[in-house]
Design a protein around this ligand. Structure first.
Ligand SMILES: C[S@@+](CC[C@H](N)C(=O)[O-])C[C@H]1O[C@@H](n2cnc3c(N)ncnc32)[C@H](O)[C@@H]1O
Length: 229
């Protein structure tokens, strides 16, 4: 499953991507992005980057709440997702690029956000750490990395229910609405293969982030992580 062609998967689902997310989360994904965006915006700064921006929902939210002097960028390696992002009326600069090799100089950026995409950057643990190091490279001192992602609930009962339901709902709904079967199978399965909050915090600290905090949402099935350089 690790050999899945993610670019192709996201190209196939780009047009219906938001519809599927809003359906399977009962619209809660919008609220979670807003919570993360408000937390992310608190530190200010003039260059903010939403990495793996997809259809740009997080980037556009950040753009709306950013100070007038702040430029927001959205980076993604899938052209079809960026086509959807650019349809939104905003002053975000959407750039085709890869999370592993960001088009920014060392210590140039005040804030990086990644929403519902860190799982995709974790196909191999070593590569994941390298990508986090790339985020660290471009962030200014005291710059923030804000990750919004599904998480593994601490409570055993909730965890079991979540692991049973979430992959199935994602697979069936995603397949029905987009026709993409293998992609949603991967996306669904990757939910239970991701980290518990404390484990992702440890990885952030090992990558050099001086502090890492975790705020849980939706009974621990979603978490916001904030790492500070
Ligand atoms: C699940 S979507 C998340 C989109 C958006 N951030 C959101 O909140 O819904 C994952 C996105 O990450 C992009 N992506 C995955 N791996 C990437 C990488 N290594 N570099 C750049 N973009 C990547 C995909 O093209 C896709 O648009």
């Amino acid at each position: 499953m690790n050999s899945i062609n993610l670019k192709q998967v996201f190209a196939n689902i780009a047009k219906k991507y938001e519809q599927v997310n809003h359906f399977i989360t009962f619209g809660q994904d919008k609220r979670w992005r807003k919570t993360a965006a408000l937390m992310a915006a608190k530190g200010g700064g003039d260059k903010w980057v939403d990495v793996c921006t997809g259809t740009g929902e997080m980037a556009v939210l950040l753009d709306k709440i950013s100070p007038g002097s702040t430029q927001v960028y959205g980076i993604d390696f899938t052209k079809a997702m960026l086509v959807q992002a650019r349809k939104k009326n905003s002053s975000v600069k959407f750039i085709k690029g890869s999370a592993e090799d960001l088009p920014f100089a060392q210590s140039e950026i005040d804030l990086i956000t990644v929403s519902f995409a860190v799982r995709n950057l974790n196909l191999e643990p070593e590569k994941f750490k390298q990508t986090l190091s790339e985020f660290y490279r471009v962030l200014k001192k005291n710059g923030r990395l804000v990750l919004l992602e599904t998480s593994i609930p601490d409570n055993m009962l909730i965890r079991k229910m979540f692991f049973f339901l979430a992959p199935k709902v994602a697979k069936v709904t995603g397949h029905l609405l987009t026709g993409e079967k293998e992609g949603y199978e991967y996306l669904g399965n990757s939910i239970s293969e991701f980290y518990q909050g404390k484990d992702l915090n440890n990885i952030l600290r090992k990558t050099g982030f001086s502090s890492a905090i975790c705020k849980q949402l939706a009974l621990g099935s979603v978490a916001i992580h904030i790492g500070t350089k």
